[in-house]
Structures are given as structure tokens and as C-alpha cells.
Design a protein around this ligand. Structure first.
Ligand code: AMP
Ligand code: GLY
Length: 296
């Protein structure tokens, strides 16, 4: 079959490398791709926010599978438009991608399904946010509700830092992503990522990973989306991974399906391994970048 891969990161380079190893893959197209991807695929210019243009391309090239790499087109509902056009897609619907697109949505889902995560309060203005900070005390975590390219989270060690973060959000620093926010209990422990594949009912554990967040050697410098990664994550023992499967992933997939938003694609869990067991920090609706490289 012909495959269309959307994205331009290291993650999509790894996906392109792996997809072309499949005997099922005839021609691989990538939009927009990058020079590394160009060694495996034919790169083309295609705007993922123009759903009609993507559908027209898929019809013209007889695409049998579309693999959506990054979160933005998923949160924007590209998978829904393509499925409505009769195409097979790797990646969740707009409704299910809210797991990454709205921190408040995920926290409420955890509350409904009794999934272990930090305590939280959803807030839509500065006064409510300040009151929530008082409830938790420092350290405390402040998150924009919407997508903010990994910059919408502040882990505040002092109340002053927390109040600054709240003022920033409600002064509009993150635009619409910060129209709402989540104030969250600070969780202590080691962090690890876990990935599972699902079609909305069956769940297959895929791999664990950890990324190096700090920019400089020796874990120094500012936080990044990951300067490198390794897999598996030794801290995520088979017992802890099993616990994450039964207590976090399975109830998430079941609740979404029961509520009419079945999730299909890869579920990426950020976990905190606390003394009370693994707790969910966040969900992403895609592979990690750079984690995808070491896992594939
Ligand atoms: P997120 O975008 O939600 O993954 O948050 C970014 C980073 O902030 C995480 O990788 C954690 O290191 C940290 N973080 C997020 N939420 C919490 C929390 N409740 N307690 C402690 N650290 C957190
Ligand atoms: N490396 C972290 C992420 O892809 O979100």
C-alpha cells in the first residue's frame, strides 16, 4: 500500500525508516518531511490544517494508510476528516485527542474512572487560581489547559513563583491555550514514559522510555522536550508497567469507548513513580520525540 506520513521531526524520521521496512509498504510520501525523511520517502508540501487538500492528495495517490506524527493535527481533528473520507488512519479522533489537548479533560476523566493522578482544581480566572494555590500550598504545579508546545507547565517550588505563573497565564501569555488552567498537587518520585497501542478496545503494551530533559551535559541548563532518550526505562519494572496497564491505561481506554470517543493509535503516558505506585502526570496522543527513535 501507499502510505502518507505527516510531520517533520526526528520522530517522523524514525517512523519513515521503520515504515519503509514493512513488506506492505509500496510508496511512502511525507508532508512536509525533512532531509532525513527524504532518504526514505518522497517529501511533498501539504498543509495538514487544510483537510480537503490532504484528502485530495490521498485520493490522487491511492493512499492506504495515513500516519499522523504530531499532536496538533490530531487535536485539530484531521483523523476524523480522513476517516469520514474513507481512509485508514493511525492516530486518534479529535474527541479522543483531548487527552493531550486539554489537561482539564484528562483530569476529569481520571476522576470519573478512579485513575491514580495528582489532586487538581480546574480554574478559568485569576481569583479562582489564586484560591486553589492556597489550597495546595507550595510546591504546586500550574498548567495551561490547552497545547502550549511544552511550555505551559510550571512546577513552582515557592508560592511567589506559583502566583507569577498564574498571573502570566491569565495575562494571556499562552493565548487561548491559557484561557483555562489546572492547579495540581506536586507529585514526588522518578518519572518514566510508557507507550501502548490500542484500537479502542484491545490494548497492546509497546515500550517504556525516558528522555533527557535538560539542555546541557550533566543534566544542566533549561528544560527541553528531550535532548535524547533511552528505552526501556529500567525504573519501570514489569510489575509497575503492569500496574500502569490495569490501573491507568485500561480504565482510560474503556471510559473513552463507553463515552463514545474510542481511542485508536498510540497512548503515551507520562508517569510519576510515587511511593503509592505509578500516577499519571499527563497523556500524549502520539509517539514521543525523541523517544520514538529508540523504541522503533
Ligand atoms: P507535562 O507537560 O504535564 O508532562 O509536565 C511537564 C513536566 O512537569 C513533567 O514532565 C514533570 O517533570 C513536571 N510535572 C508535571 N506535573 C507534575 C506534578 N503534578 N508533580 C510534579 N511534577 C510535575
Ligand atoms: N519527549 C517528550 C515528548 O515527546 O512529549
Amino acid at each position: 500500500m501507499n502510505i502518507l506520513l505527516l510531520g517533520s521531526g526526528g520522530r517522523e524520521h524514525a517512523l519513515a525508516w521503520k515504515l519503509t521496512q514493512s513488506p506492505l509498504c509500496d510508496t511512502l510520501w511525507a508532508a512536509p518531511g525533512n532531509p532525513g525523511i527524504a532518504e526514505h520517502a518522497t517529501c511533498i508540501a501539504l498543509d495538514p490544517s487544510d483537510h480537503a487538500a490532504v484528502i485530495a492528495f490521498c485520493e490522487e495517490k491511492s493512499i492506504g494508510l495515513i500516519v499522523i506524527g504530531p499532536e496538533a493535527p490530531l487535536v485539530d481533528g484531521l483523523a476524523d476528516s480522513l476517516r469520514a473520507g474513507g481512509f485508514s488512519v493511525f492516530g486518534p479522533s479529535k474527541a479522543a485527542a483531548q487527552l493531550e489537548g486539554s489537561k482539564g479533560f484528562t483530569k476529569d476523566l481520571c476522576a470519573r474512572a478512579n485513575i491514580p493522578t495528582g489532586g487538581y482544581v480546574r480554574v478559568a480566572d485569576e481569583a479562582d487560581a489564586m484560591a486553589a494555590l492556597e489550597k495546595f500550598g507550595a510546591p504546586v504545579v500550574i498548567k495551561t489547559d490547552g497545547l502550549a508546545a511544552g511550555k505551559g507547565v510550571t512546577v513552582a517550588m515557592t508560592m511567589a513563583e506559583a502566583q507569577d505563573a498564574v498571573r502570566d497565564i491569565f495575562a494571556g501569555r499562552f493565548g487561548n491555550a491559557g484561557a483555562e488552567a489546572v492547579i495540581e498537587e506536586f507529585l514526588e518520585g522518578e518519572e518514566a514514559s510508557f507507550f501502548a497501542l490500542t484500537d479502542g478496545s484491545t490494548i497492546v503494551p509497546f515500550a517504556s522510555a525516558q528522555d533527557h530533559k535538560r539542555m546541557g551535559d550533566g543534566d544542566t541548563g533549561p528544560n527541553t522536550g528531550g535532548m535524547g532518550a533511552y528505552s526501556p526505562a529500567p525504573v519501570l519494572t514489569p510489575e509497575l508497567a503492569g500496574e500502569a496497564m490495569t490501573r491507568i491505561i485500561a480504565p482510560t481506554v474503556k471510559t473513552l469507548a463507553d463515552e463514545g470517543m474510542p481511542y485508536s493509535g498510540v497512548l503515551f503516558l507520562g508517569l510519576m513513580l510515587t511511593r503509592e505506585g505509578p500516577k499519571l502526570i499527563e497523556y500524549n496522543c502520539r509517539f514521543g520525540d525523541p523517544e520514538c527513535q529508540v523504541m522503533l
